[in-house]
Design a protein around this ligand. Sequence first.
Ligand SMILES: [Zn+2]
Length: 240
Amino acid sequence: MKEDIQNLIELQTIDLEVYKIDAKMVNELAGIDEKQRDIAADRDSVNGYQEQLEVGEKRCRELETIIADELERIKDRQVKLMNIQTNREYQSILKEIEDTKTSTKHNEDELLILTEQLESMQSRIVEITQKCDDDEKKLAAESKTIKAAATKLENKKKKIIKARNSQAKKVNERFLKRYETLKERRNGLAVAGVTNGVCQGCNMNIPPQMFNELLREDSILSCPTCNRMMYHKAEVSGEE
Ligand SMILES: [Zn+2]
């Protein structure tokens, strides 16, 4: 039984190493994905600004045409004013000139504000595009490094898996099956040490009677809380 327990512990140690490698790879690849998503979101926002810019520029051209027409009309009416016969007609054209001037003033104000907005939008587009380009360059370099690291990890993992498989052969078949099931369900940790009566898998106390049984090492016990296979793990001095 002691040997069974030892074999299980060794298998668990190897599997945890594999687990760590997998987690590291997933983590790093997720980091790349996240950065790619950020860049895509920035590119989207540039497209959004670009559309707003087009609408704004169209409005600017409209305003410019309207203002030009209005100035033309004012000039025309001012000429007309000099050849007017009746006072009533004079007043009416004068009012038309004043109204047009007011309208022109509004349109010029709108044009000015819009032009300023478009300019700042322009520089925002340049800014974000530059950032996207920089981020992409950085990410490309990073991806290269991570891919190289991933290949190394993959090779390391292959070696560990080999050792793992020969270790698994040493484990008694009826424990191995339980081990695999638990590993699946308990985030990779199927075998947990018990130190000072506390299961290191779930941090819960086990009953004292069970702890005594555990010390005898003549059977493989399951933690009453997390169901992991337990073994006695002496407290290492120097650790907390
Ligand atoms: Zn437990």
